[in-house]
Design a protein around this ligand. Structure first.
Ligand code: ADP
Ligand code: MG
Length: 470
């Protein structure tokens, strides 16, 4: 029996049902896809939130801006396919060294070299890139001409540094803040021509997550900088307080020294006069001259102590005039020789290519006398004392360098730290003021004094003062 064709209205029902089914399947696929995308988005957001929390914890405990920028770049490199990070902290127009780094495992040479580079990141550049941007290299150069120096820096860091010939392809610029002369930000890079995958995508340009991360990091970095500032201010305050106390103490000592000088020097004057008269009176009396010599030596010593105390406690401003050093050195040697007679000491003087030096000759002479007396006293069994004067350039300025060396036993390290302290002495009849006066006089000339000492090579005091030819 031939098949009977279904009635026309049954056909149309079937077609309709088929269409509906088709539509339902399509909707189901769409819903499934939506669900998959939503789940992926939720996972992504969760991952980002976790990462951000971890970063916030880490950054909150960090005290160095560099550490914070490093943690930020590590966090972002964990979420997005970037290969190299470069934290930038520019202050006063210069890169702050601590903030230059590579991601772990990608360190190379050049970090120090880079950190000293001044980069011309002007305001216009910062205005060009005020918010997070994902840039591709060639396009960025064309679109954002001001970012040239930044991209050059990147090429240097990313390519030359890591020894890879590939240019950076994609760059993420994440600014933290910008003020005149100041800029903080993070650069993350990815090599050119590398494909991203569905699971490993670059962030979208102007992704709000990047803004949130940048705000967190900016707060942490500015906190760290504030803390650092605070610590520095406390340090300065402590130093100023200590200086103030020292100044007050010095002023009191100065008063005392002035009174004492007056009280001691008047009777000393009488002693000196009487010694002169006695010398005439005694004439050739046996042993008389020797006794008088001894008295005169001791009176001289007393006079020197009072002088040292005055020099130390009431320093006058230096009276600066250009003078030759050589006669001052010889004069100082003569005084030292008389002050500590020690027959076994051989003095050597060498002055190399040094013209007139602008100085207070009385002060420099006294400083040399003090150094020479110490040197001779360090050689009770004789030895050699050398004075070497020469010119030395420092930061483009000429300095006179005067070295006083002895081949004595050197200075033990526990004393070496305290040498310049007033009243520090290891000698039974020392005042401990000689080196304190040396330092005071040298510093009055904007100079510096240093010591090098060892048991084998003896002791060398090195004085540097500006030649000051104008
Ligand atoms: N050339 C030197 N060799 C060894 N010790 C030295 C030398 N110069 C200084 N000193 C040490 O530094 C101390 C302080 O020196 P100074 O301030 O001149 O005071 P004083 O000579 O009155 O002791 C000395 O007591 C001595 O211990
Ligand atoms: Mg001395």
């Amino acid at each position: 029996m031939p098949a009977r064709a279904p009635p026309p209205d049954e056909v149309s029902t079937l077609i309709r049902q088929n269409r509906e089914l088709n539509e339902q399947v399509k909707q189901l696929v769409r819903a499934e896809r939506q669900l998959y995308l939503s789940r992926r988005e939720v996972e992504r957001q969760l991952g980002r939130t976790h990462a951000l929390n971890r970063f916030a914890l880490e950054a909150g405990g960090a005290s160095e801006p560099g550490e914070i920028l490093r943690a930020l770049s590590e966090m972002l490199a964990g979420l997005f396919p970037f290969e190299q990070g470069l934290g930038l902290l520019v202050q006063g127009g210069r890169l702050v060294p601590a903030a230059v780094f590579a991601l772990p495992g990608r360190e190379g040479k050049g970090e120090e070299e880079l950190s000293g580079r001044a980069i011309a990141l002007d305001r216009a550049f910062a205005d060009e890139l005020p918010s997070p941007r994902v840039l591709s290299e060639p396009a960025a150069r064309k679109e954002l001409p001001r970012s040239g120096p930044l991209l050059d820096l990147l090429s240097h860091f990313f390519c030359e540094r890591a020894g890879c010939p590939v240019q950076p392809g994609v760059v993420l610029w994440l600014p933290l803040w910008r003020k005149p002369g100041e800029l903080a930000g993070l650069l993350l890079m990815r090599k050119a021509k590398e494909e991203t995958t569905f699971h490993c995508e670059l962030p979208a340009d102007r992704d709000s997550f990047l803004e949130v991360a940048a705000r967190h990091a900016a707060a942490a970095v500015s906190n760290a900088l504030l803390l650092d500032d605070l610590k520095r201010s406390y340090g300065t305050l402590e130093r100023t307080q200590a200086e103030l106390v020292a100044k007050e103490r010095l002023a009191a000592v100065g008063e005392l020294a002035a009174v004492m000088a007056h009280e001691v020097r008047n009777p000393l004057g009488v002693v000196f006069n009487s010694l002169g008269s006695l010398r005439k009176l005694l004439g050739d009396v046996r042993d008389g001259a020797a006794l008088l010599d001894m008295m005169e030596e001791e009176a001289d010593r007393l006079d020197r102590i009072v002088g040292d105390l005055l020099d130390f406690a009431r320093p006058k401003p230096p009276n600066l005039l250009p003078e030759a050093l050589e006669p001052i050195i010889f004069g100082a040697i003569e005084t030292a020789r008389r002050a500590v007679p020690n027959r076994g000491v051989d003095f050597q003087v060498e002055v190399r290519g040094l013209g007139a030096v602008v100085m207070d000759s009385r002060m420099i002479r006294q400083a040399l006398v003090n150094l020479l007396i110490n040197a001779v006293q360090a050689l009770p069994r004789g030895g050699r004392v050398r004075v070497l004067a020469s010119e030395e350039a420092r930061g483009g300025e000429p300095f006179a360098r005067i070295e006083v060396s002895d081949d004595g036993p050197g200075i033990p390290s526990e004393s070496a730290m305290r040498l310049f302290e007033p009243f520090f002495t290891t000698k039974a009849s020392g005042t401990g003021l000689g080196l304190a006066v040396v330092r005071r006089f040298v510093e009055a000339h904007q100079g510096e004094v240093a010591v090098e000492t060892s048991p084998e090579r003896g002791t060398t005091f090195r004085v540097l003062i500006p030649v000051g030819r104008g």
